[in-house]
Design a binder for this molecule. Structure first.
Ligand code: PEP
Ligand code: MN
Length: 296
């Protein structure tokens, strides 16, 4: 890909590891969870405690919401950031929250551990430059009409300002398919790992918009090599002020986290087992037998 001076994969193939308050993004698989929007202190703190208990490593929550309609809930702004700060003090979870305006970057950055750039702002170049100057870890979501090359060039804007702390997030794109809210493009996980050294997360909540699809897409993302997930969880989704149909309850999220742990254990065991089985069978070149041993 052209012009990716800082974002392209390195000759030594080393991948970036981004430290967010001790969470090593790009090294160990991890999950960001929390409500679509910060709505109240009670809702945010109850959700934060629940997702932490289930094993989430960071808390998400929008204080500034880029909504399709100007009349829809726009977020609590500064009040929301203060609530997130309380939730951080309560749980110790680092905060991931969206910034939508260049004028807000520095003060939102006082509350956020990771600044999120949403899909609608992926190509807002002045915002990209401003978060680049902030030096803070940035979660850069893929624009809904963007190619991987356009997406990586947006990461390049941030790196070019001297900020190497960019985490990409695949959240689905618009296609002719209307069954799902977006078409979650899991093929971007290996594509990004081939083209760039930056870590990539997957957001199955906005990526599907369908509750029952969040678990299978999360597990598929893990298998495809994602560095982590961003998932919407609400203590009482039926009352949510935004995205009420795609937010997991704490109980559903806990179950998903248990499955993720089991799948990670299986995958960790599969590597050495497969290698040993293939080595053992190499003598008689019986790869089919080697494979069936490996998945026993
Ligand atoms: C979000 O994560 O809160 C959000 C608005 O997502 P996206 O920008 O991917 O639509
Ligand atoms: Mn949402």
């Amino acid at each position: 890909m052209k012009n990716l001076k800082l974002t392209a994969s390195r000759p030594d193939l080393l991948r970036s590891v981004i430290d967010v308050c001790g969470v090593k993004v790009g090294k160990d698989f991890f999950v960001i969870a929390g409500p679509c929007s910060v709505e109240s202190e009670a809702q945010t703190i109850a959700t934060a405690i629940a997702v932490k208990k289930a094993g989430a490593k960071m808390l998400r929550g929008g204080a500034f919401k880029p909504r399709t309609s100007p009349y829809a809930f726009q977020g609590l702004g500064l009040k929301g950031l203060k609530i997130l700060d309380k939730a951080k003090k309560e749980t110790g979870l680092p905060i991931v929250t969206e910034v939508v305006d260049t004028r807000d970057v520095s003060w939102v950055g006082e509350y956020a551990d990771v600044l999120q750039i949403g899909a609608r702002n992926m190509q807002n170049f002045s915002l990209l430059r401003e978060v680049g100057k902030s030096g803070k870890p940035i979660l850069l979501k893929r624009g809904m009409y963007s190619t991987v090359e356009e997406w990586l060039n947006c990461a390049e804007y941030i790196l070019a300002e001297g900020n190497p702390n960019v985490i990409l997030c695949e959240r689905g794109i618009r296609t002719f398919e209307t069954y799902t809210r977006n078409t979650l493009d899991l093929s971007m996980i290996p594509a990004v790992h081939t083209e760039s050294h930056l870590p990539i997360l997957v957001d199955p909540s906005h990526g599907t918009g369908i509750l029952s699809m969040i678990e299978p897409m999360s597990l598929a993302a893990l298998i495809a090599g994602a560095d982590g997930l961003e998932i919407e969880v609400h203590v009482d989704p039926s009352t949510a002020l935004s995205d009420k149909d795609q937010q997991l309850t704490p109980e559903q999220f806990t179950l998903l986290m248990e499955k993720i742990t089991l799948l990670r254990e299986f995958m960790a065991g599969l590597g050495p087992k497969a290698e040993a089985a293939v080595a053992g069978k190499a003598a008689d070149s019986n790869l089919e037998a080697a494979f069936s041993d490996a998945v026993d």
